[in-house]
Design a protein. Structure first.
Length: 265
């Protein structure tokens, strides 16, 4: 059954808001959309849909996991080059001037007012949407584990990345440990901790803000995007990730199957 989609603002979508399984999913880099007033940020056309602008395949996997796990999903509808919702407003990488070899002219020489306008238009609505979902679940006493879904390029600055699935964490490693403890369930996959990124790369902002600060177990999942090039690949990785997530939930004492019914209105 397809998930129910709610557009909480022009820049944020929420799937399965009333779902009451024990997971909430975030997808901060779900879209490569650049609103018209930003004039494609002056990007070379070949770069507008590249991995620099979004995480290819991540939204599709997140939506499938939302359905499989009976989990709410909050996803950004804006390119991370306009605003990266996994970065705090003060970070230069929130509105990057350059990503690898890709120049982003529309992010050069932004004034404080221009940066603030993007924060209010894109970052605040995303954070508000996440908070509203978490507050509703807390009010209905629904236990929650926070999971963020990302994808990464198989080649970075000319270096081939062998890892296929990265299990990332910051100070709270409970969910990451539990998933890695079941990695033998996917013997054909190369799975590693805090690879290809880790906390030192500034990628755990959402985990800290929405997970750790709220006392929620949390994990960030990175998938090499060549594995997500087809619908079959997206289906396969969503199914395989569920094979790691479900037993990990049990390890942490969560009931992985959704409870009957919905929260009271």
């Amino acid at each position: 059954m397809a998930s129910k989609i709610e557009q909480s603002s022009p820049s944020v979508e929420i799937h399965n808001r009333q779902a009451n399984g024990p997971v909430v999913i975030l997808c901060e880099h779900a879209s490569h959309h650049i609103p018209e007033p930003y004039h494609d940020l002056g990007l070379n056309p070949a770069h507008r849909c590249s991995h620099a602008a979004w995480d290819p395949g991540a939204r599709a996997v997140a939506v499938k996991l939302s359905e499989m796990l009976h989990a709410p999903l909050v996803a950004s509808r804006i390119s991370r080059l306009v605003y990266d919702c996994n970065r705090p407003p003060e970070a230069a990488s929130a509105m990057p001037q350059r990503v690898e070899i890709i120049d982003v002219p529309g992010n050069h020489k932004l004034t404080a007012a221009q940066r603030s306008a993007r924060v209010e238009a894109f970052y605040r609505p995303f954070c508000d949407a996440v908070t509203s979902v978490l507050v509703e679940r807390e009010a209905h006493d629904i236990p929650t584990v926070l999971i963020t879904i990302h994808s990464f390029t198989p080649n970075f600055h000319g270096r081939v990345r062998a890892v296929e699935i990265g299990i990332l964490h910051d100070a709270d490693q409970r969910m990451a440990d539990a998933m890695l403890a079941h990695s033998q369930l996917l013997p054909h996959r190369r799975i590693q901790r805090n690879v290809p990124y880790g906390p030192e790369d500034g990628v755990t902002h959402s985990l800290k803000l929405h997970g750790i600060d709220n006392g929620l177990a949390n994990v960030m999942i990175e998938i090499r995007n060549d594995l997500l090039a087809t619908r079959e690949g997206e289906d396969t990785l969503a199914r395989e990730l569920s094979q790691l997530i479900l037993p990990a939930l049990v390890t942490l004492g969560f009931e992985p199957s959704p409870r009957e019914g919905k929260p009271d209105a």
